[in-house]
Write a protein that binds this ligand. Structure first.
Ligand SMILES: C[S@@+](CC[C@H](N)C(=O)[O-])C[C@H]1O[C@@H](n2cnc3c(N)ncnc32)[C@H](O)[C@@H]1O
Length: 210
């Protein structure tokens, strides 16, 4: 998957994903963690003034491609091997977490979301772009039929996860949401949600002084 990922994605990137990534990731601030960073496709879209950037990617081949892409330009960026279910960072240590097309693939989505919630400081944000279970019953039936084989051929990518609902169930508050179909994708992979979810309990200068 690592070898062909950028090539396989190129048309979809041109049609819509590239623009969605640009809009979404321009909102990143502070200390940032990206989970499942893959080949580093999001890198060009990050603002230059982030205080810290950590890109985690459990697949060694993806990581190799990622570190090659970092080159000289992104020397300040750290790469980590953690899966999203167990991240070796302290509680409340991250301002922005990015997950794009990853929560479909993690082995335990509930545990991964719990972990993201733990890492975010109060007031911190999760920027997400994920494909989710279809809205139409007929397509859902197809997704359920195809999913067992699909998972095995596509890096554990699940077709029927209700990721938006699961993000909310973790206790993050959806602040901004766009729902759209990936242009040119088959119906089983089309429906996406992207947006910003925030961990409640923003610590202002005022509350920190108390
Ligand atoms: C479809 S690719 C998405 C890559 C990139 N984030 C993007 O936006 O195009 C899914 C990525 O999730 C990674 N992944 C799989 N299981 C994971 C896990 N448990 N924790 C974090 N990342 C995982 C894969 O190695 C792969 O790089």
């Amino acid at each position: 998957m690592a070898q062909s990922y950028d090539w396989a994605m190129r048309k979809t990137e041109q049609r819509c994903l590239n623009q969605w990534r640009r809009e979404l990731l321009s909102q990143a601030t502070g200390a940032l963690l990206e989970i499942g960073a893959g080949t580093g496709i999001n890198l060009p879209h990050y603002p230059a003034n982030l205080s810290k950037m950590t890109l985690s990617e459990p697949d060694p081949q993806m990581r190799r491609k990622l570190s090659r892409k970092l080159g000289v330009k992104y020397q300040h960026v750290e790469i980590a091997h953690w899966g999203a279910e167990q991240i070796e960072l302290p509680d409340h240590s991250v301002d922005t977490i990015v997950s794009s097309l990853v929560l479909c693939s993690v082995s335990d989505q509930q545990q991964a979301l719990k972990e993201l919630h733990r890492l975010l400081r109060p007031g911190g944000q999760l920027l997400f772009l994920e494909h989710i279970i279809a809205a139409e019953a007929k397509t859902v039936r197809w997704q359920k039929r195809i999913e067992p084989v699909w998972k095995r051929c596509s890096g554990n990518c699940h077709l029927t996860r209700d990721t938006l609902r699961n993000i909310e169930a973790t206790g993050l508050q959806i602040e901004h949401l766009n729902e759209a179909n990936i242009v040119g994708a088959p119906a089983i992979l089309q429906r996406t949600v992207r947006g910003r979810a925030r961990k409640p309990g923003l610590q202002t200068k005022e509350t920190l002084r108390r």
